[in-house]
Structure formats: structure tokens, C-alpha cells
Design a protein around this ligand. Structure first.
Ligand code: ZN
Ligand code: ZN
Ligand code: ZN
Length: 472
């Protein structure tokens, strides 16, 4: 494999003598045990950890996935102690007899790297796309972490972004087919109030919800159907029904024992089945079983639009696109010109009447978005935006057209919406912004009513000047 000897491999080992196979094939550099990766100065194709103890494996895997030269590299273990907790961060194990496979993987990785286009300022999503694109065998793997109330998390994402909202974000990427569900690993039930998976299922009294209940062994008289505690059936050492006074001799013929009986120590209520509730250890909420949230936990692979993004490097806008019918910029401008001409003609025809055309344009400027990305967790920011657009979606009609104009401007064209309708919408958008109390997002709103003279058949230019602040 001609390309393989160009590959740059970093061996983390106490001595390079432990890596004879690598040395004979690749361009190898060494990171001596105990040293940090800060000295790495070039893009690395593969990292091989050789003969490390479990705690060193963990320490180096974290460092590798954070270092900008190695975060996307193939990572293999050779004669290392490992644990299930690390699976999510490395690509495989290399042994003497599987070394050929390793060479093939490195060559394929280098091919992929040539195909990969990444934006200049890669977002978290871009990084994840690159990571998954570089090897078909890769998946974003979750691990179980019993100390965390979410129970599962994706260690790679935890390293790259410290938000707790991984699930919402990844399910959004799945919805947009940037990722796809690969393998269902678990299904959780979570507290309806705080999404915690740390739940205790406990029987309670259906009358007063107390957990202080006891089992009673009851007897069911076949003659009259009476059911009561066994103690009430005992007459002079034998069983007799306190209701119909029949002597109960044979179980199955005269009487039987109903399966489960309980009595509440609080309110003395007698019942067959207790009511099971799920008590949340994280927030104390007592959840009726049917109200618990469900969450499926998947290993995630790159989806179709993720692959396209990897190959085209098309920048991802943070602002939500799927609010209504989303059009690319060119088509949006064209539609605006067309609607504007319609409106002009309409108002000329109705020049002597009070009838006005009723189309409008709404421009939302998420003005501090760019600075927020530097300050906040990208995940929590995206989740704020998603919550915002969810509400916005409820406000719009299917005939409204929107366009992601640039990284912080969203435009919405509202046919047959006049000044009065627009005021209502504007009010609601402001309320949406205010309702997100934990949100640091700043949204300013511009409204325009067609016909707009300044468009003058060049909507593209007009939009550009509006967005650069040249027009009010
Ligand atoms: Zn009770
Ligand atoms: Zn009876
Ligand atoms: Zn809870």
C-alpha cells in the first residue's frame, strides 16, 4: 500500500521498540509515556497506544480527542488494559495478526480525509460529521453513567461540549438526517418533570397514595362471594364465613385465596392492586407510570445529509430553517419581487379605493448569536433556538415562506397578512422571546408591507441593504 508509508502515526509508548510493525510501515513519531500531546505539531492519521494501564488509557484518550491534531485520528490500542467505559473514544485493538487490517484502515482514513471539506470555523456539528465521516466503522457511542441523572451520555460529545442537553441535540440531528439511528441499545423511562432516569418504582395506596401499605391474606367465600381478611374467617380454630356462616373446609371447593390483598396503614383502605408510581430521586416528583417520558438510546451513525455536508463543507447556519416552507436566498428574492409586483399592480388598480394589498415581510435578526457561540455551550444555544423556532412554527401558516438569509437573519414572507395581522404576529414573536426566561438570545424584529417601492425589481439588492442596516 503505497500511500501507507506517507501516513503519520503517533505511538504513545514508553519506547518505540514496542512498535516494530508501525516503524516498518509508517512515518512514526513518539509520545513518551507521561508526556502530554502538546508537542504534536502536525495532523496525525493514527494514534497507537501501546502497553498502557487503564488509567493512562483513559487520560490519553481524553487528551487525544481534545487535541486539535489528533481529535479526529484513528485510535488503536495495543496490549493495553481497557474498560467498557472507553469504547466510545477509540477505534479498535491492533494485535500482531491484525496489523494488516490496521494498515488498510489507515489507508482508507487518508482517502476519506482527502474527500472531507470542513468549514473554516467548524461548529460542533461539523466536527462530529468529520469524525464520523472519516471511518465507516465509527459510531457515536453512548455509555451508561450511573452517577448522572440522564443515565446515558455520549463521551465524545461530553468532551467537546459540556452541556447536559445531548439528547435533544442528537435527536434534532437525526430528524435532519445528519445522523441516523444505528442500533437501539436501551429504552429508558424518565421523570416527567426533570428527565431524570433515577426512579424508584413503589406500590402505593390507590386511595391516599401513601406508601405505608401491608399485605393481608384474604379469603373468598364461594357460597356468598364475601372477601375479607383471613382473621375474620377463623371461628374456634376452623374457617367459617362471617357473612353467610358456611363452614369452609376445602380450598378450591368452598373458598379460595385471592392473589394479592393490601391494606393501607394510613387510611385503612383495602385493595387488591396497589398503584405503582415512579418516584424521582433527582427532583422528588411522584410520577404516575403512564406519565413517564420514554427515551430510546441509540448508537448513531452519519446520515445522508451528514455525508453531503462532509463532502461539500457547506456551512451550517445555527438559526432554524424548518419554520415553514424554506427557500434558498435566490428563490426567496425572486418570490419577493414577484409578490411585490403583484402588490404594486393591485394598488394601482385600486388607487381610488381604500383597498390595500395585504402581504408582508418579517425579518428576525438574532443579533447576538455570533458572540453567544463564543460564550455559551453550543448545545444549549442550539436548544434555545430550537425552542424558539418550535413556538414560531406554531405561529406561522403553511403558506408562509421563510429563508435563512445568513448566519443570524431569518426572513419570513407572509402572503395575505396586512398591518393588523402583522401587529398580532409581531406581538407574539416578542412574547416568544420573553417567554424564554433562561434565554440569553436577543432577537430584533423588522416588518415591511408590500408594495415596497425601494425594491424596484431588485429584491436581492434591497434585502442585502436592509440586512446591512442601510434601510430602517
Ligand atoms: Zn391509604
Ligand atoms: Zn359466605
Ligand atoms: Zn424528577
Amino acid at each position: 500500500m503505497a500511500d501507507a508509508n506517507e501516513a503519520r502515526i503517533l505511538c504513545i509508548a514508553s519506547s518505540l521498540e514496542d512498535a516494530p510493525h508501525c516503524l516498518s510501515v509508517f512515518r512514526v513519531s513518539q509520545c513518551a509515556l507521561g508526556q502530554s500531546l502538546d508537542g504534536v505539531q502536525e495532523q496525525i492519521d493514527g494514534v497507537v497506544l501501546i502497553g498502557l494501564l487503564a488509567q493512562d488509557v483513559e487520560k490519553y484518550l481524553n487528551e487525544i480527542r481534545l487535541n486539535r491534531h489528533t481529535q479526529l485520528s484513528l485510535v488503536y490500542l495495543q496490549n493495553c488494559a481497557s474498560s467498557e467505559q472507553f469504547y466510545a473514544l477509540y477505534d479498535g485493538v491492533v494485535e500482531d495478526d491484525s496489523f494488516q487490517t490496521f494498515i488498510t484502515h489507515v489507508a482508507r482514513f487518508r482517502e476519506r480525509r482527502k474527500e472531507l471539506r470542513t468549514p473554516e470555523q467548524p461548529s460542533l456539528e461539523d466536527r462530529l460529521i468529520s469524525y464520523l465521516f472519516l471511518s465507516d466503522e465509527r459510531a457515536l457511542m453512548p455509555i451508561r453513567e450511573l452517577q448522572a441523572s440522564s443515565v446515558y451520555h455520549y463521551p465524545l460529545l461530553s468532551l467537546w461540549d459540556n452541556s447536559d442537553d445531548q439528547h435533544l441535540w442528537t435527536s434534532l440531528l437525526v430528524r435532519n438526517s445528519v445522523l441516523q439511528n444505528e442500533q437501539l441499545l436501551d429504552r429508558l423511562r424518565l421523570c416527567q418533570n426533570c428527565d431524570s432516569g433515577l426512579l424508584n418504582y413503589v406500590d402505593t395506596c390507590p386511595n391516599c397514595q401513601s406508601i405505608d401499605i401491608r399485605s393481608e391474606s384474604a379469603i373468598h367465600c364461594f357460597t356468598c362471594g364475601h372477601i375479607a381478611d383471613q382473621a375474620q374467617f377463623i371461628r374456634q380454630g376452623a374457617l367459617a364465613c362471617p357473612n353467610c356462616l358456611t363452614n369452609l373446609k376445602h380450598i378450591g371447593t368452598d373458598y379460595d385465596r385471592p392473589l394479592e390483598n393490601h391494606r393501607c396503614n394510613e387510611c385503612d383502605h383495602f385493595f387488591i392492586d396497589g398503584q405503582v408510581v415512579a418516584q424521582c430521586y433527582s427532583c422528588g416528583t411522584s410520577n404516575p407510570i403512564e406519565r413517564l417520558k420514554q427515551r430510546s438510546i441509540y448508537a448513531l451513525k452519519l446520515g445522508e445529509s451528514g455525508r453531503i455536508k462532509a463532502r461539500t463543507g457547506k456551512a451550517n447556519y445555527l438559526i432554524p430553517s424548518a419554520v415553514g416552507v424554506a427557500l434558498p436566498k435566490e428563490q426567496f428574492s425572486w418570490t419577493l419581487s414577484w409578490l411585490n409586483r403583484l402588490a404594486e399592480r393591485y394598488s394601482e388598480q385600486n388607487i381610488h379605493t381604500e383597498i390595500r394589498s395585504e402581504h408582508s415581510l418579517l425579518i428576525l435578526n438574532f443579533s447576538n448569536l455570533t458572540s453567544l457561540i463564543q460564550l455559551e455551550s453550543e448545545l444549549s444555544l442550539l436548544n434555545q433556538l430550537e425552542a424558539f423556532s418550535d413556538r414560531l412554527r406554531n405561529l406561522l401558516r403553511t403558506t408562509d415562506i421563510c429563508c435563512q438569509y445568513n448566519e443570524h437573519i431569518l426572513m419570513i414572507m407572509l402572503p395575505h397578512t396586512g398591518q393588523a395581522g402583522m401587529e398580532v404576529i409581531q406581538d407574539k414573536v416578542i412574547k416568544i422571546g420573553e417567554a424564554q426566561s433562561d434565554s440569553t438570545l436577543e432577537v430584533s424584529i423588522g416588518t415591511y408591507f408590500l408594495p415596497i417601492q425601494a425594491i424596484d425589481d431588485n429584491a436581492e439588492q434591497w434585502l442585502a441593504s436592509v440586512c446591512s442596516g442601510a434601510l430602517p
